[in-house]
Design a protein around this ligand. Structure first.
Ligand SMILES: [Zn+2]
Length: 107
């Protein structure tokens, strides 16, 4: 018999609310010493995040269900762009040093 209800499996503990992602971004912004003018979390089809020259950071809402380490990489990447607008050596060095320096405690 196949009458069992399909399990509506949503891995809640693996997914965070938008506000938490936003506060992760703010915590990293402080650490990196940048001030994003605006943080947007919305549907993005092709990218995990972007950063405008006006200082607006946009993150994909798919990030909400990604592992903390991955979120960290994207957040740091976009925020470091507020300092360095390209992907040159300085950018890479900064990203690496911030990511190595510690992770966000989310609990
Ligand atoms: Zn980039």
């Amino acid at each position: 018999m196949n009458e069992r209800e399909p399990l509506a499996w949503t891995p809640l503990e693996e997914s965070i609310p938008k506000d938490l992602l936003r506060s992760e971004v703010l915590a990293w912004a402080k650490r990196i010493k940048v001030e994003p003018k605006e943080i947007r979390i919305r549907l993005m089809k092709r990218k995990w995040g972007s950063c405008s020259t006006a200082g607006r950071v946009t993150l994909s809402d798919d990030l909400l269900s990604q592992p903390a380490d991955f979120r960290k990489k994207i957040i740091v990447h976009e925020l470091v762009h507020l300092k360095v607008p390209n992907h040159g050596n300085l950018f890479k060095a900064l990203v690496t040093s911030y990511i190595r320096r510690g992770s966000i405690v989310t609990h």
